[in-house]
Write a protein that binds this ligand. Structure first.
Ligand SMILES: [Zn+2]
Length: 358
C-alpha cells in the first residue's frame, strides 16, 4: 500500500467505531491482570525498538509433507526432556485419543463443516480449540495462504518452513493447556509463552542440525519480534484510550490527539496506523498482550536454553505443569524468563534491540 492509499484507507477510521471498540475492551478486561504494568512494559517495548509498517519478507523454503512432519518429530525427539515427544508423535500420527490434528489448505475450507466431536474442521487461521466440559481438542493448521500460487503452479502439497513453525506452535499449546475453564482463565496472559519458547528451541535445532540457513531463521525471528512490538503498541494505545474514556466519557479527535502528543506521538500516518490496528484487532487487551508477554519471556528463555539446554527444558516442564494445574503465577513464569518489573523489561528490550542491530 503506498502512502496515499494508506491515508485514504485510514481516514475512514470512525470515532464512533473507536468508542465502541474501546467500550468492548473495557468490558473484556480481566480483574486478575495488572494493566498498569502492561502499560509500562508495552511502552518500553514499542518505544525501545523501531519497526516499519511493512512486514518482513521471509524467503519461502518448501518441504514435502513427510519431510516437514519428520522435522517436527525429530525436533521434539532431540529435546533434552523427552516428556513432550510421545505426545507429539501420537498427535501427528492421529493416535492421541484427546487431540485431533487437521492440516489443511485454504482451498479446502468449508467453514461450516463439523467433525464427529462437533468441532468446525476448518477456520481461516491456525489454532488449538478445546471444548468446554470435554477433554477433546482439535489442532487446526492452515497452510500458508499467501503462497497458494506457489502450491498451484509449482508443487502441490508442500509445507513451508513457516508452516513447520506453526505446527510446532499449535502442538506446543497442548503441553500447558489447563484442564478446566478456571485454570485457563487464571493463566490466560501467559498462554502464548510455551509455544514461543518451543519456536525458539526449533530455531536453535534447525540451525544446529544445518537444516535451514541461519540467515533465514533470523528473518523469521525478526518478523516475530516485529509482530510482538506492533502488538505492544496496540496494547499501550488501548490501555491509554481505556483510561481516557473512563476519565472523559467519550473519545474524540481532540482528546485522542492530546494523549498521543503527550507521549510524543504526533506523526499523522503513525497515529492512523495505531488507530487502525486497534480497530482491526480482537476487542480484548489481553489478546495482544499475550504475544508481547510471550516474546519478552521467550527471548530470555532462548538465552537460558543456549547456555544450558537441560536446565532450561526442566524449567519449561515445570512451567507447563503449573499452567496446566492453573496455579501458575508471575513469579513462576519468571523462572523461564518473564521480566517482572520495569527494569527487567527494559533490559530485555535493550537486548532484543542490540541483537536486531547486530
Ligand atoms: Zn498461540
Amino acid at each position: 500500500m503506498d502512502n496515499n492509499e494508506e491515508i485514504k484507507e485510514t481516514e475512514k477510521i470512525s470515532i464512533n467505531k473507536l468508542n465502541e471498540c474501546i467500550e468492548e475492551n473495557i468490558i473484556n478486561m480481566s480483574p486478575s491482570v495488572d494493566y498498569n504494568f502492561l502499560e509500562e512494559s508495552s511502552k518500553i517495548m514499542f518505544q525501545g525498538i523501531n519497526i516499519t509498517n511493512e512486514r518482513q519478507i521471509v524467503p519461502i523454503v518448501l518441504f514435502n509433507r513427510e519431510k516437514a512432519i519428520s522435522i517436527v518429530l525429530k525436533f521434539f525427539e532431540s529435546l533434552e526432556n523427552k516428556i513432550w515427544y510421545n505426545q507429539v508423535k501420537n498427535i501427528l500420527l492421529g493416535q492421541d485419543k484427546n487431540i485431533d490434528i487437521n492440516i489443511f489448505n485454504s482451498k479446502d475450507i468449508d467453514p461450516l463443516e463439523k467433525d464427529e466431536n462437533g468441532f468446525y474442521r476448518y477456520s481461516g487461521y491456525s489454532s488449538l480449540e478445546c471444548k468446554p466440559n470435554s477433554t477433546k481438542s482439535l489442532i487446526k493448521i492452515l497452510l500458508k495462504e499467501e503462497f497458494e500460487d506457489v502450491y498451484e503452479h509449482i508443487e502441490k502439497d508442500k509445507i513451508t518452513l513457516e508452516d513447520i513453525y506453526i505446527i510446532t506452535h499449535e502442538i506446543s499449546h497442548t503441553f500447558d493447556l489447563g484442564n478446566n475453564e478456571k485454570s485457563r482463565e487464571l493463566s490466560s496472559l501467559f498462554v502464548e509463552v510455551t509455544p514461543f519458547c518451543f519456536e525458539n528451541m526449533l530455531s536453535e535445532y534447525l540451525i544446529r542440525k544445518n537444516i535451514v540457513n541461519e540467515r533465514i531463521i533470523n528473518k523469521i525471528e525478526q518478523r516475530t519480534i516485529a509482530d510482538s512490538i506492533r502488538d505492544a503498541r496496540t496494547v499501550w494505545a488501548k490501555i491509554n484510550l481505556v483510561k481516557l474514556k473512563e476519565r472523559e466519557g467519550r473519545l474524540n479527535k481532540e482528546n485522542i490527539k492530546k494523549i498521543l502528543e503527550e507521549n510524543n506521538i504526533s506523526d499523522a500516518l503513525y497515529v492512523r496506523s495505531i488507530l487502525s490496528d486497534i480497530l482491526a484487532c480482537n476487542s480484548n487487551i489481553d489478546f495482544q498482550a499475550r504475544y508481547m508477554v510471550a516474546e519478552l519471556t521467550a527471548h530470555q528463555y532462548k538465552k537460558m536454553y543456549k547456555s544450558n539446554r537441560r536446565e532450561a527444558t526442566e524449567r519449561l516442564k515445570i512451567h507447563c505443569e503449573k499452567m496446566m494445574n492453573g496455579n501458575s503465577s508471575q513469579d513462576d513464569v519468571k523462572l523461564i524468563g518473564y521480566p517482572i518489573n520495569e527494569k527487567e523489561v527494559l533490559k530485555v528490550v535493550n537486548d532484543i534491540r542490540d541483537e536486531k542491530n547486530r
